[in-house]
Write a protein that binds this ligand. Structure first.
Ligand code: ZN
Ligand code: ZN
Length: 103
């Protein structure tokens, strides 16, 4: 469970941030003959580091450079299908958090 969630997060990290919500929007319904009955089973929140970037700001008339750390707040939802007795999990990007306030 832990390793599979980690691999999902790693896959998630490699995706371009713009496409993530579309791709992960909903569990994919399978062919008509084998309809799933996905029900939300459990929800977990997790914050992962997503790198850093530099920004400049002015203080005491001097231009300074500082580093801002970005993290993503992820929502991990486990779905359970009682038709086939199996589970699926999806990761949603809830929020992108910048450690520093800057314009
Ligand atoms: Zn199913
Ligand atoms: Zn920032």
């Amino acid at each position: 469970m832990k390793t599979s969630l980690l691999s999902v997060i790693i896959i998630f990290m490699m995706l371009p941030s713009t496409g993530v919500t579309e791709i992960m929007a909903k569990p994919v319904e399978n062919e008509t003959e084998e309809q799933h009955n996905w029900v939300e089973y459990s929800i977990h929140y997790k914050t992962v580091e997503a790198g850093s970037h530099e920004y400049t700001y002015w203080k005491n008339f001097i231009e300074r450079t500082s580093t801002c750390h970005i993290s993503h707040r992820l929502k991990s939802v486990v779905y359970y299908c009682d038709v086939h007795d199996h589970t699926d999990s999806k990761i949603y990007l809830e929020e992108t958090i910048h450690s520093n306030e800057h314009g």
